[in-house]
Ligand binder design. Structure first.
Ligand code: ARG
Length: 464
């Protein structure tokens, strides 16, 4: 019999019961549910709403349920229990009698479920923090260990200008640092307490919402009972943060897939993070990077799904909102798992430094520097661009690179060229010339690495 059966002459049919239930998904927030109940019971006793004996019996009963979760004697009844809130209350009342039946005083499943999901979201955010810190450590490690490796930088996937590989890794470091901030914002939004909103309008009992929030480690109390039970925007924040993070991972995966292809040959993947083919014996496929790229679609789908679920709902609680949990769980666990996969893979990649550096020199990647050379001698940059464009065209026709040009070739293009042009076109000089803050010279990247290390330490301090 459902806990709300009083008003009904018959219960739902078996299929209707199962269709309406959320028990299985709710198992992901069973600890949160019991923590909320314990805090509520303590507050009810402190406020004189229930007796201290009843509160003690409830707390002991909850503790015993906790233990039975571990020793396998937890007695869920999927034929009866619609959700975890009703299951715990039923089990508690069966075990301790009347005191258990007083637990739901001044509370509704509407504020209870909102609380449980908020606590679950906060826990998921913490798991993601730690996965983000791990991958950030790998980017810092790669940037430190390979600080002299030069690779091509691209725009439109065409060679643009040479870069330090460290610089490229640190670009990802900063993206995931912002993801950390987005997850933090989602965490902060989740940790406001809805408990005490009851069904929607508050309660006539003299409850203390602040005490409950404090006991649960929630710094804020949602000031409007209707809002407290109506919105799931904190889950949207979490799913958005996960979606952006997955988009970053997906771009990284795309690069890993390209770099490990025969055409690029920049890296080889660790065996432990590659797979073979059932027919082609030579194959070593970047399956895990592809899978992470693929899972990005799912996480974005979770975000869109919840936005669509919520968009037409009148205040306050509607059963539609029961659909909000799976997507959030899926988005957060998928993101955390994908971060772990990519951290593991990246920490063991092998760089083919020669291939990277050779590629960095191809495609006239010093052309901007040649134009800058003229501009620094007084020629307007737009004019210098034109002169160098013609030089590139000439090289292309002759099948040579800018580095192969003689001083006479340069002089023929413009008499501002002098012999100091010849020593500046190798990839090292081109890289080292970019000394601006955030640029790719080793000095600039070393400075950036220092900032990244400080940021990583700050992120790590969140985990303590
Ligand atoms: N199982 C419900 C959910 O997951 C709990 C809240 C139900 N409240 C209600 N009035 N039907 O959303």
């Amino acid at each position: 019999m459902a806990l709300w059966s009083g008003r009904f002459e018959e219960g739902p049919g078996e299929f209707a019961h199962y269709f309406g239930a959320s028990l299985e998904t709710d198992l992901n927030m069973i600890h949160e549910d019991m923590a909320g109940s314990a805090a509520h019971a303590r507050m009810l006793a402190a406020q004189g709403i229930i007796s201290q004996e009843d509160a003690d019996a409830i707390l002991e009963g909850l503790e015993a349920i906790h233990e039975s979760l571990h020793d396998g004697t937890f007695e869920l009844d999927p034929d009866v229990d619609e959700d975890i809130h009703m299951a715990i209350e039923r089990i508690l009342t069966e075990r301790i009698g009347e005191a258990g039946a007083r637990l739901h005083t001044g509370r509704s499943r509407n504020d209870q479920v909102a609380l449980d999901i908020r606590l679950m979201a906060a826990n998921l955010a913490q798991d993601i923090w730690s996965a983000l810190v791990d991958i950030e450590g790998v980017f810092v490690q790669l940037a430190t260990e390979h600080n002299e490796v030069i690779m091509p930088g691209y725009t439109h996937l065409q060679h643009a200008q040479p870069l330090l590989f460290s610089h490229h890794m640190l670009a990802y470091f900063w993206m995931f640092a912002r993801d950390f901030d987005r997850i933090t914002e989602a965490y902060n939004q989740a940790t406001a307490s809805p408990l005490g909103a009851a069904a929607l309008a508050g309660t006539s009992y003299p409850i203390d919402r602040t005490a409950v929030a404090q006991e649960l480690g929630m710094p804020d109390v949602i000031p409007n009972s209707l809002d407290a039970v109506s919105d799931r925007d904190f889950l949207l924040d979490l799913e958005y943060a996960c979606s952006v993070g997955m988009m970053h991972l997906s771009r990284l995966c795309e690069e890993i897939i390209l770099w490990s292809s025969q055409e690029f040959g920049f890296i080889s993947l660790p065996d432990a993070w590659s797979t073979g083919s059932s027919i082609m014996p030579q194959k070593k496929n970047p399956d895990f990077a592809e899978l992470v790229r693929g899972k990005t679609g799912r996480v974005v789908g979770d975000l869109l799904g919840l936005l669509v679920t919520m968009k037409g709902l009148p205040l306050a609680y509607n059963k539609d909102m029961q659909e909000c949990k799976e997507g959030a769980l899926d988005a957060a666990t998928t993101f955390a798992n994908c971060l772990a996969v990519m951290a593991g893979m990246l920490s063991d990649i092998q760089l083919n430094e020669d291939a990277m550096q050779a590629a960095a020199a191809q495609g006239f990647t010093a052309a901007t520097d040649v134009a800058d050379y003229l501009a620094k001698k007084g020629m307007p940059f737009r004019e210098a661009h034109e002169v160098v464009g013609k030089l590139v065209l000439d090289c292309e026709k002759r099948g040579i690179s800018l580095e192969d040009l003689t001083l006479d070739d340069f002089k023929a293009a413009h008499d501002l060229f002098e012999d100091d042009i010849l020593g500046t076109l190798d990839v090292h000089s081109v890289v080292e010339a970019r000394t601006s803050f955030g640029g790719t010279s080793s000095a600039s990247v070393a400075e950036q690495l220092g900032l990244a290390e400080a940021r990583l330490a700050q992120m790590q301090s969140f985990l303590e």
